[in-house]
Structure formats: C-alpha cells, structure tokens
Design a binder for this molecule. Structure first.
Ligand code: MSP
Length: 505
C-alpha cells in the first residue's frame, strides 16, 4: 500500500529555525512509522521560493530573489539529514518540472471556467502573502501573526471563483469528519466556510517573481496556488522519468501549522475540485512552538520576533534524537506550547538519560554480569507481558490520526513500567540468592524483551539511539510486528552499548 505525506514547503526568506524543524520531524515520525508497517512511503518536503515574502527579503539584502532562494533552499535541504528526516524528495518551487505542471493545471482551471479578471481592493500582509478578510485583521490594520502594518492593495488580478465551491466544501466537511484534524481546527475551517466564501486572487500583476500565467504573461500566479500545487506536481517529476502521481495521489496527510489553515483547508480542496483532481485524505494542523521574547512575553517562535531556538545549536549540544524527542514530549502535538533551554535540559536528564538511557545500560550490564552476556533463554514474565499487550496496535491507531504526543506518552509509560519492574525485582539482590537463579533469569529476559519491544516503537522518534540499542540487544528488526512483547527470542548475545544520552557538552 502507498502512503504519501507532506510538510509545508518553507519560505526561503530566512534561515530555518526550530518551528520549521518541528513540522518536518513530525511528518518524519509518521513516515518512519508507516515504513515499519510495510507501507510504500513517499515523504515530501521542500521550499516555497516565489512571491513577495522572498522578493522583499531579497530586495532588503540587495541580492536577486533567485540568489536568495538558492542560498536558503540549501540550508533547508541540509537541515533535513541533520534532523534525521527521511524525506524521499525535496521540492523547490523554482524547479522547472514544478513550474510547467503549475501552468498546465491552472490553465485547466481557467479552461474549466473558474477564473475571471477583476479588481482586488483590500488589506494584504506581504509576509503571509495573504489577502486578509475582515475577521483576520489585527488592531490598527496590522497582521496578527507578524505584527506589521498591512498594505492597502488595489490591483487588477485574475480571480479564482472560490465562492462557487461553497456548497461542495460544505458537503466535504459534512461527509468526512476527519478531513481536518484535530477537531478544533476542523471546526475553525468549517465555520470559515460557513461564514461565506469570497473569490480570491489567483494572479498578481505587480510582481514578476513567480510562475507566469500562460494566458496572460504580464501576471504571475499568486504564490499560494503555486505553492500548494507542489504537493501534486512533485509526484510527476521527483523520480526521474517515472510519473508516480497515480501511485501516491491523493496524499494521505498534509501536516501543517495552524497559521496556514485557510489555504490548506479551504483554498486547496477548492482548487483541486476546480482542476478535477481528487482531494487529499487528511490535513493535520499543529500548534505553535512558543518562546519568551526579550521582555519575557511568550510568542510564536519566529525569526522576525527574534525568539528562536536554533535547532543546529540544540543538536550540537544534545544530539538530534533529543531534539526530536523533546519537541513532541514537551508540547502536545496539535496544541501551542512553550519551549525553552531549561525544560529541554530537564527532560534530557530526567527522561532520556535517567529513565531510558540508564534502564538500557543497567539491563545490558546485568545481563553481562549475571548471564555471561546472553539474554536468558527462558519465558517472559506473564504479568509484564500483560502490561505491554496491545501496545503496537494502540500506537498505530494513534499515529493514524497523527497523535504523535499521545503515542509517545503510551510508549513512555512502558519505559516507566520497566523502571518500576527493575526496582520491584532488584536483580542485584536476586543475584546474591542461589535459590532465586530462575527468577533472575526471567527478570533479565523480560527486561531485555520489554526494552527491545518499546525501542522498536520509539525508533521513528529517535532513529539513531534506538538503532544503537537494538544492535546491542542483538535484534535489529524494525517492523511493527516485532514490537510485540514476546516476539523477540532469548539466547542471543548482547553487544556493547555506547552511552546513549551522555552529559551535554
Ligand atoms: N511557504 C508557506 C507554506 C506553503 S505550503 C504549500 C509558509 N512557510 S513558512 O516557512 O512561513 O512556514 C511553514 C511552516 O513552518 C508552518 O506552517 C509551520 O508548520 C512551521 N512553523 C514555522 N514557525 C513555527 C512555530 N513557531 N511553531 C510551529 N511551527 C512553525 O507558511
């Protein structure tokens, strides 16, 4: 079965920060999990390079938009392997293959009668590239996201007849209650539609940094339609020479932040309907990572507000896995939440180093010391097995709804369960009692098995350290079925385990 998942494509007007890394890691956890289930996964990320956000940033820096795009796209591309993000392709909207397909598809939308020329007048945020509706305008005509004054725009544009899709979109939402997840965002999108849809600009006449409109080359396409189409165009040229659209479209999941809900939950399905293209299965809308600014107030982490955690610095200090773990443990995926270097350090020490890392090293040390380095070939403890029962299926069901934090919480509850088990059994005491030899064997076999089973489930979250631990446990199978407690066998030799979460530099 094919599984197709995407991240938003990132604006190249600035360097990546933790907010961008966040969405990419989330989609990666889901992609890796689906691969564990044997799905044929296509995972797409990339950069959004046209439009005002990039043209204006280039002007400020005194370089051409293409130069700025080339420089920053490289940074985003390089970020992915550093985050251990396993994307199958990295699309740039300046790719020739993308531009050609955008023109083809939007020409079809034109030929299907969904566009007309008209005059736009209203408020516009050049940073969001968004024509704001009345309800989306902050105090004194400012952008509530970027806190900058909005521009009053008046220009002749090509319009997309969004208003004519009102009924079809309502039917979509009424018929598919999990089209947008979580529910709160579904309701937000649904009420935006119910509020009445206005036609929206499809082209800009004032700008030349974009994909030219084939039937009116003085215009370029409004950047949002060019950008949204990446999810579809990439499949036609990502794998050289093979068009994989039929195999992977419609997408299973678009994972995005809540700032771009309207474009994905309203404009995008309408545009697809207009182009006779099937709709994606689900959108998952996550919240913002917040961080205190210089005055101590909490805001969305963003380059323009200057309150960003640099993912590169964090990874240097704590490692990539710790960053991946922290993002979903600290902030419930879907909600807004604060991050800070203080809580990062705390979770690193108390959870990763102590609860998980120590559990692993203790278990392996004891097997080394008391069992000659071999996992005892005895049955597992039935009581402990019962506490793991059904866990892989539970995690899979949660991840099917992109509930990344909840799934991690369930797994972590078993990390804690094993720690309690060690304390209850105190194998170091059993080792001193010749009558307890069998109990010691059962205990260590069960600990090794529990650790192995939950490590398979943790591997999409922390691919590097889980890989090391599974290797040391002598069973590197990653498929989901291997995550059943009891699926591993005793009798194998354990190997060396390097410190998984050493004291930070
Ligand atoms: N280019 C558009 C998206 C086009 S998709 C067809 C865009 N780019 S962006 O670079 O500004 O932001 C992209 C995404 O980065 C957001 O939707 C969100 O997923 C993520 N984030 C950026 N800052 C963030 C936080 N502070 N917190 C969480 N995610 C954030 O919008």
């Amino acid at each position: 079965m094919a599984f197709y998942i995407t991240t938003p494509i990132y604006y190249v007007n600035a360097a990546p920060h933790l907010g961008h890394a966040y969405t990419a890691i989330a989609a990666d956890v889901m992609a890796r999990h689906q691969r564990q289930r044997g799905e044929d996964v296509f995972f797409l990320t990339g950069t959004d390079e046209h439009g005002e956000p990039v043209a204006l940033a280039a002007e400020r820096e005194g370089v051409s938009p293409q130069e700025l795009a080339d420089r920053n796209a490289e940074r985003f591309r390089a970020l992915m392997p550093q985050l251990d993000v396993s994307n199958d392709y990295f699309i740039r909207t300046t790719d020739e293959g993308h531009k050609v397909r955008v023109q083809e598809i939007l020409q079809r939308v034109h030929d299907n009668g969904h566009v007309y020329k008209g005059m736009y007048e209203g408020w516009y945020c050049p940073r969001c590239a968004d024509f704001k509706t009345d309800a989306e305008i902050g105090p004194d005509n400012t952008c509530p996201i970027h806190r900058i004054p909005l521009d009053r725009e008046r220009e002749e544009n090509w319009f997309f007849r969004l208003s004519t899709f009102q009924e079809q979109l309502e039917q979509l939402y009424d018929g598919q209650s999990d089209f947008v997840l979580p529910k709160v965002r579904f309701n937000e999108a649904r009420s935006f539609i119910a509020g009445g849809l206005q036609d929206v600009s499809l082209s800009r006449a004032k700008l030349n940094w974009g994909v030219p409109v084939p039937w009116d080359p003085e215009h370029v396409f409004y950047v949002w339609f060019d950008a949204l189409l990446n999810y579809y165009t990439a499949l036609s040229f990502a794998h050289d020479g093979t068009d994989e659209t039929d195999k992977f479209w419609p997408a299973d999941f678009h994972v995005i932040g809540k700032d771009i809900l309207k474009f994905h939950a309203v404009f995008w399905p309408a545009m697809l309907l207009a182009a006779d293209i099937p709709l994606p299965e689900h959108l998952f809308i996550h919240g913002f990572l917040l961080m205190k600014d210089a005055s101590g107030e909490e805001h969305k982490m963003s380059k323009s507000l200057g309150n960003v955690l640099d993912p590169f610095e964090v990874m240097d200090q704590f490692g990539t896995d710790a960053l991946r773990y922290y993002c979903f443990r600290e902030v419930s995926f879907g909600l807004d939440g604060s991050v800070s270097t203080t809580t990062f350090g705390e979770r690193y020490t108390s959870e990763l180093a102590n609860e998980y890392g120590n559990l692993a090293s203790r278990t392996l040390n004891m097997i080394g010391r008391y069992c000659d380095g071999k996992v005892p070939d005895v049955a597992v403890e039935p009581q402990l097995a019962a506490d793991f029962d059904g866990l892989p299926a539970e995690v899979a069901a949660l991840l099917d709804r992109a509930e990344i934090t909840q799934a991690l919480d369930r797994i972590w509850a078993r990390v804690r369960r094993l720690n309690r088990y060690v304390e209850e059994k105190a194998p170091w005491k059993l080792a001193k009692d010749p009558d307890a030899a069998a109990e010691l064997q059962t205990t260590l076999r069960s600990l090794a098995e529990g650790l192995r089973a939950l490590t398979v489930l943790l591997s999409p979250y922390m691919p590097e350290s889980t890989g090391k631990l599974l290797a040391a446990l002598g069973d590197e199978r990653l498929e989901l079925s291997a995550a059943e407690f009891g699926d591993g066998s005793g009798g194998g030799s354990i190997g060396e385990l390097p410190p998984l979460f050493p004291k930070p530099q």
